[in-house]
Design a protein around this ligand. Structure first.
Ligand SMILES: [Fe+2]
Ligand SMILES: [Fe+2]
Length: 127
């Protein structure tokens, strides 16, 4: 579950953030095992990120705000994650760093971008 200060009060966004954090949490098990994280799990993580960013893009487009800075932030993050996933050693030694990077990125990103988007959406929905 997300800490209260990371809730944006747009149910669709909060639910997806929760799913992402829960999914990341489930990855921690692989850090302490010798078996590599299956490729399908890597793909699932990447897919979840892509689809979450699409959700925010769609919501932003519906109220036609300037989403370019926010979108750039998503794109840069996806690039870093895909590079790391592709280069990750088979023994998962980098996995813990990746999990921490994504969690930290989300914290900063939600506070800086998603909350602003949510405020805008909430205002737009009142009109
Ligand atoms: Fe988000
Ligand atoms: Fe975002």
């Amino acid at each position: 579950m997300l800490p209260q200060n990371l809730r944006v009060n747009i149910p669709e966004i909060d639910t997806e953030h929760d799913e992402l954090f829960a999914f990341l949490e489930s990855f921690k098990a692989y850090c302490f095992e010798n078996s590599p994280m299956p490729q399908e799990k890597r793909n699932a993580l990447y897919g979840l990120l892509v689809s979450h960013f699409k959700t925010e893009e769609r919501l932003a487009a519906a109220v036609s705000i300037d989403f370019s800075g926010h979108e750039d932030a998503h794109a840069k993050m996806l690039e870093t994650v895909s590079q790391t996933l592709n280069q990750m050693a088979s023994n998962n030694s980098d996995l813990y760093s990746l999990i921490r990077y994504i969690s930290y990125w989300f914290e900063i990103h939600i506070l800086r971008y998603d909350l602003a988007l949510a405020k805008y959406l909430a205002t737009a929905m009142q009109h």
